[in-house]
Write a protein that binds this ligand. Sequence first.
Ligand SMILES: C=C(O[C@@H]1C=C(C(=O)O)C=C[C@H]1O)C(=O)O
Length: 96
Amino acid sequence: MTEDVKAKLSEYRDSIDNIDAALIYLLSERFKVTEKVGLFKKKYDLPPADPDREQRQITRLRELAKSAKLDPDFSEQFINFVIEEVIRNHKKIRKS
Ligand SMILES: C=C(O[C@@H]1C=C(C(=O)O)C=C[C@H]1O)C(=O)O
């Protein structure tokens, strides 16, 4: 690898590292809110999962992904992965 190639790759990776950090902070904020929702649902005896809400989120995010030139299938998989974890947490909160 030439020094130029190394420098360019390092520049791209610095940018990736910043984006990854932003994603972690954003996810952390999202999980802070969903924890509040979990406590709220426990208090008012609401079910941990809401499939209708999830379907609306998926539809919305698939549209957003298309306009952002991101693969809508990837976006759907990603949000399903996150929601799955949220529901797991809500079930734990409900039992606590
Ligand atoms: C956060 C909620 O609970 C669950 C988790 C969701 C999410 O992470 O976006 C969406 C719907 C629910 O299945 C909610 O009902 O709003």
